[in-house]
Design a protein around this ligand. Sequence first.
Ligand code: GLN
Length: 457
Amino acid sequence: LDVIEAAEPTMHAFLHVSADEALAQADAFDKRLAAGDTDGLPELAGVPIAIKDMIVTKGIPTTAASKILEGWVPPYDATVIEKIKAAGMPILGKTNLDEFAQGSSTEHSAFGNTYNPWNKDCVPGGSGGGSAAAVSSYEAPLALGTDTGGSIRQPASFTGSVGVKPTYGGVSRYGAIAMASSLDQIGPCARTVLDAALLHEVIGGNDRRDSTSIPAPVPPVVAAAREGLKRDLKGVRVGLIKEIGGSGEGFQPGVAKRFNEAVELLKSMGAEVTEVSLPHLSYSLGAYYIIMPSEVSSNLARYDGMRYGLRVMPPDDKPQTAANMMAYTREAGFGDEVKRRIILGTYALSAGYYDAWYGSAQKVRTLVIEDFAKAFEQVDVLASPTAPTTAFHFGEKTDDPLAMYLGDVTTIPANLAGVPAISVPCGVDDSTMPVGFQFFAPQQHDEAMYKPAAALE
Ligand code: GLN
């Protein structure tokens, strides 16, 4: 808490620091230890954690970095929060993000920017820039994020942290504020691959309150991370994805260079490296930016001024109708990027356009899923740079939404296919900004990527 207090004025990783709650939780944990009540406690017991403000926390304000939820205090905990509390892990507070997790730089937060601890002129990535910055700046040893199209992995890459998007359905989404439900996944942000694995085992597993939760135990990710630390990758088949920078081509030179060096390192540890083509991956960005806004437009319909947070009444000279109240509330409560996506999604789903846009995008999604399945017949894991660039400067892409979207080309395929992926640091570029290396694994085999990721770290 002292580190947070010292760092926050120039970092702004947190939207809310829950100091009193954290101290009370730490106290309760101490008492539990003193009483010898340690049965079932995981290795991370007692380790504090920061939570992306996209995940609901009972009694602690939860805003999704949006004015429309300002002041809302949830009456319940997300399943992952219940698990974290049961593990005796104190909750330090809620971290900043792009409004409703929509963005790649955290500049779309309604409550101000978060800074990159490596260079305060640069963005920390997004949408989970707050969680990544908190971990990278040593304000928190661990954090939770949500990843719909890269929001855990890309900020991890930009801040030299480890970020994991588990298999879709591997971690309960109950209590994760919905962005695009078929893509959303909660996952760990940490300083090491082993820390991420330990957290993954705390939060993962089946949950009957999430209908898309997989009825299977958490894959053995901790054992795999420990195995990886032996740095022996004999027999591990790594496929470099041709379409998203298998050779580093098309990427910022500093990213390509570090990526290729890391590949050599994998080979030196015994990995068998080949190049693999996933021919439909080039279309995933387009498909994502149809499917995601469609789901966003539907999910965000619930913020209507009736149920949660902000309510803005129409001015006195306007009809005082429910429809007007909703319109004024949404006009005042949502930022530009969120409105842009609601409009795009509503258009893509509208009668007459549905088949052309949403229907086509869903077909592309199926092709991407099949590409991954075929690729995993040949290799154990797939690899690419986590992002085409290192952290960019504030303001560089805020006026050009398309330029911002293009940066997601490397992370989105995992969400479309529901496969797990991890970003692990692999050095810095010429301006000493961190570069991320990404592994993808087959569905429900998250352990497969933890081993080479730990070996590389
Ligand atoms: N950057 C992506 C987007 O803007 C991903 C967001 C996310 O994963 N929540 O949609």
